[in-house]
Design a protein around this ligand. Structure first.
Ligand code: ZN
Ligand code: FE
Length: 269
């Protein structure tokens, strides 16, 4: 590998996790063992082909979380040029042919088992992929469901669906690395500060993320533990978040109503 190699965000004796920047603010996550590679949500084929060539890798598998074009746009070219197997959600329009998956299914790829979790909300058939251990480290590829400091917009699902989906992800082991598809962290944290101005962990995390972005480094992956401390969309049970929600909807008392009010506020922030 040379100086132009992308930084590695998890390196074990067997596997490397790399974030390939695409478009304005997407990351195409790549896992590779120095020979075979897997990518998640390849919106842009060129970015992946360039990395495969530079790192001398063969693309074995493509995982897709949902139907939006910035997640699927490179699938046809990559399948045609590499012969990679493609897996995606059961109920969404996808670049065919593709193997269909739903919550509870498992996929074997590059020596790992990926567990499929249904996470409707951003889109109605959105799925996430969870690996419970890469040499002790759990990995989550959650597409546009959970972001660092935020969550996806509700294009097709209801707030109750999204809240339920996020609750499932929040229950994963705290040291799970959270690989989101977008670098939205700084703008999410501005909003999070408005919701919880007195959250000390949030203030500190924002400083860390500002420094990372100034250095041109991704703020991702995050961890579930971190998100539980700073992400208002996982904190509907916290007094300050409830109070903020009640500024918008005085009747918001249960977790779903609090989540709904905060999501609505973010839409207009
Ligand atoms: Zn999307
Ligand atoms: Fe997206």
């Amino acid at each position: 590998m040379n100086d132009t190699s992308p930084p590695t965000f998890l390196k074990t004796s067997a596997l490397n996790l790399v974030a390939l920047p695409a478009f304005e603010d997407n990351y195409i996550w790549m896992l590779h063992d120095t020979q075979q590679a897997l990518v998640v949500d390849p919106g842009d084929a060129e970015v992946v082909l360039e990395a495969l060539q530079r790192l001398s890798l063969r693309l074995e598998t493509i995982l897709v979380t949902h139907h939006h074009i910035d997640h699927t746009g490179g699938v046809d070219v990559l399948r045609d040029t590499t012969g990679a197997m493609v897996f995606g959600p059961l109920t969404e329009t996808m670049p065919e042919p593709i193997r269909r998956l739903e919550g509870g299914d498992k996929v074997q790829a590059i020596g790992l088992t990926f567990n499929v979790i249904d996470v409707p909300g951003h889109t109605s058939g959105h799925i996430a992929f969870y690996v419970d251990s890469v040499e002790g480290v759990p990995l989550l590829f959650c597409g546009d469901t959970l972001f660092s400091g935020g969550c996806g917009r509700l294009f097709e699902g209801t707030p109750a669906q999204m809240h339920h989906s996020l609750t499932k992800l929040a229950a994963l082991p705290s040291h799970t690395r959270v690989c989101c598809t977008h670098e939205y962290t700084l703008s999410n944290l501005k909003f999070a500060r408005a919701v919880e101005p007195n959250n000390a962990e949030l203030i500190q995390y924002q400083q860390e993320c500002i420094s990372k972005r100034e250095a041109g480094v991704p703020t991702l992956p995050s961890t579930i533990a971190r998100e539980l401390q700073i992400n208002p969309f996982l904190r509907s049970d916290q007094a300050d978040v409830v109070q903020a929600a009640q500024q918008l909807d005085p009747t918001a008392t249960d977790a779903v109503a609090v989540f709904t009010a905060i999501r609505q506020w973010k839409n207009n922030f």
